[in-house]
Ligand binder design. Sequence first.
Ligand SMILES: [Zn+2]
Length: 172
Amino acid sequence: MGAQKTTAMAQALAALNPHIQVQEYGTKLDGKNAQQIIRGYDVVLDGTDNFTTRFAVNAACLSAQTPLVSGALGRFDGQLAAFKMDRPTNKESACYRCFVPYAPPDAQTCAAVGVMGALAGIIGSMMAMETIKIITGAGQPLYGKLYLYDGLNGEARTINLAKDPNCPACGS
Ligand SMILES: [Zn+2]
């Protein structure tokens, strides 16, 4: 049996950059603990592989008004979005559930369908880029936008994400 994912990741990150501080949480993030864990951070990156966790992260970020950078992988395609989460001051800002209100019935996990390491590298690096932009104030984060990358055809496009007034998380 190998090391916990969090411990393996903490060790890998420390080897990459000894100047960073890593806090491990050896527990599954859920609707009960997400708020408490997320509250202390300036920005959150979500690359989880199930909608229950994504919805819990979204709700916690909304509650704490913490920007959320969301990345997802298909077999050969990737998605990237950023959500400002500064309600109620910005009523125009979409959240993750404005985009995905409910878990699709045909949702598949990376573990089930497989994922290409190169694709994870592309979307992961883009998530890092969005995070640096949000922290430093440089450029325009992908707030309210969805970046779609088609790996097989080498094409990408960006579409606008509208706030849904009937969103189960941020709707009125
Ligand atoms: Zn919403």
